[in-house]
Ligand binder design. Structure first.
Ligand SMILES: Cc1cc2nc3c(=O)[nH]c(=O)nc-3n(C[C@H](O)[C@H](O)[C@H](O)COP(=O)(O)OP(=O)(O)OC[C@H]3O[C@@H](n4cnc5c(N)ncnc54)[C@H](O)[C@@H]3O)c2cc1C
Length: 203
């Protein structure tokens, strides 16, 4: 961020600076670059992908795309015509299905819900989305989940709960995120949800 903007907003950004511990009594952070006092502290550490308990020799290779490095890894492993299995028929799973079919991949989507994006869309609208993506080439396996992923040479055999088997080049998991938890040496009582923090800030 340019210095002029930092001055206008009265903020200072310390890049490449990891917080190692928090002392809530002294209201101080210990960082890679030294101590930093605070009066109010907001933790905004991001989120980690949820990993499903999947069995099989290829389970470790199931990819979640949550940062630039994951994205690079996905791009390296894909080419036009690749077959991709996406676990999760929510917003991110559907977005990947759309983008990857547009890029020439063959896409199978496996999702627990009976229709795509069921937490965000009414059933009828979800079915319309499903049909539109089907016309684009997406195959749907809904009301279902992945139990095993077995490595077979350069490819994977994906076994679904109902026994269906899919052979694929890459398995992408898009089943949601959970908040990144603070390091062990960070006192848990200093961590509150954002809603409570914002309430107390408003008070
Ligand atoms: C594929 C994909 C598509 C998405 N599409 C959209 C979209 O279309 N629209 C949308 O609104 N959102 C989208 N999102 C979600 C969006 O990226 C996240 O909601 C957003 O990045 C969350 O911001 P954040 O600040 O909470 O976390 P982050 O952006 O993850 O930032 C957390 C920061 O905390 C830092 N940090 C962690 N630990 C420490 C420490 N000990 N000390 C100091 N710093 C630390 C990290 O380095 C990082 O910079 C998408 C996400 C993905 C993965």
């Amino acid at each position: 961020m340019p210095l002029a903007l930092e001055q206008r907003l009265s903020i200072r950004i310390y890049t490449r600076c990891r917080v190692q511990s928090i002392d809530p009594k002294a209201k101080t952070l210990e960082t890679d670059s030294g101590s930093q006092p605070y009066s109010k502290l907001v933790l905004a550490l991001g989120a980690e992908p949820i990993r499903l308990p999947i069995d099989g020799s290829g389970a470790e290779d199931v990819l979640s795309v949550n940062n630039l490095q994951d994205y690079r890894h996905m791009r390296e492993r894909l080419q036009s015509g690749s077959r991709v299995t996406i676990i999760g028929n929510g917003l991110i799973g559907c977005e990947f299905a759309n983008d990857l079919t547009a890029a020439g991949c063959q896409v199978d989507v496996v999702g627990l819900a009976e229709s795509p994006m069921d937490r965000l869309l009414p059933y009828d609208v979800g079915v319309q989305l499903q049909e539109a993506l089907r016309e684009q080439g997406v195959s749907w396996y809904q009301g279902n989940t992945v139990e095993r992923v077995e490595k077979e040479g350069d490819r994977y055999r994906v076994v679904l709960r109902d026994g269906t088997e899919l052979v694929t080049d890459l398995v992408i998991s898009a089943v949601g995120l959970r908040p990144r938890t603070p390091a062990r040496n960070w006192p848990s009582r200093s961590v509150r949800t954002s809603i409570r923090a914002f309430r107390s800030m408003a008070e």
